[in-house]
Design a protein around this ligand. Structure first.
Ligand SMILES: CC(C)(COP(=O)(O)OP(=O)(O)OC[C@H]1O[C@@H](n2cnc3c(N)ncnc32)[C@H](O)[C@@H]1OP(=O)(O)O)[C@@H](O)C(=O)NCCC(=O)NCCS
Length: 154
């Protein structure tokens, strides 16, 4: 970000607030035109975004869900991580990821995990996530994915 640019700000969102960014980023070039996830409006699901000035430029969704490789421990799944194309590579995704991870830690989560598309795995690795298991194809996008996980130490 240059020094005169408005400061990106992490904000709480409703599920509907996420749809425009999800469609623009996560559904672009895929067979799905549906921006919704089944868990979007569960009581413990949270949606976090980043605004720059009045523009919503990034969205993410966080919900309690067991990490498949250690189902007894409290864990948070990250879904729908998306930064608008013209803002990618400027640190907005990392700002949002760090904010969600901080909240998960504060709520006692042992793991934060996601089903990461392979093109984004480097983003998660830069933030300390590990890649676990074999490649799989996500139904909604048809893209190759891997599970990624961040273990939160006490
Ligand atoms: C992946 C995504 C969320 C990253 O957000 P971003 O704002 O572009 O990333 P940042 O600028 O915060 O990058 C943080 C770090 O990750 C790295 N990084 C970002 N995207 C990366 C990618 N696709 N592959 C490898 N490294 C990546 C950056 O180089 C940066 O590294 P640094 O710590 O050495 O500076 C964003 O590019 C995006 O929405 N992409 C399209 C949709 C997508 O793939 N979403 C994830 C679905 S699982």
């Amino acid at each position: 970000m240059n020094a005169s640019a408005p400061t990106p700000c992490v904000v709480d969102l409703t599920s509907v607030d996420t749809h425009e960014v999800r469609m623009a980023v996560l559904r672009k070039g895929t067979p799905s035109r549906d921006p919704c996830y089944a868990q979007d409006d569960l009581p413990d699901t949270r949606h976090l975004g980043v605004r720059i000035a009045d523009r919503l430029v990034a969205t993410s969704t966080w919900l309690p869900a067991p990490w498949p490789h250690d189902t007894a421990a409290p864990a948070v799944q990250l879904r729908g991580m998306a930064v608008l194309d013209d803002v990618q590579g400027l640190g907005v995704g990392r700002l949002l990821l760090d904010a969600g991870v901080s909240r998960a830690r504060a709520h006692g989560a042992r793991y934060v995990w996601a089903r990461a598309r392979d093109s984004a795995i480097g983003f998660y690795e830069r933030a300390g996530f590990a890649v676990v298991g074999d490649v799989f194809v996500d139904d909604a996008t048809g893209l190759d994915h891997h599970l990624v996980v961040l273990t939160l130490n006490d």
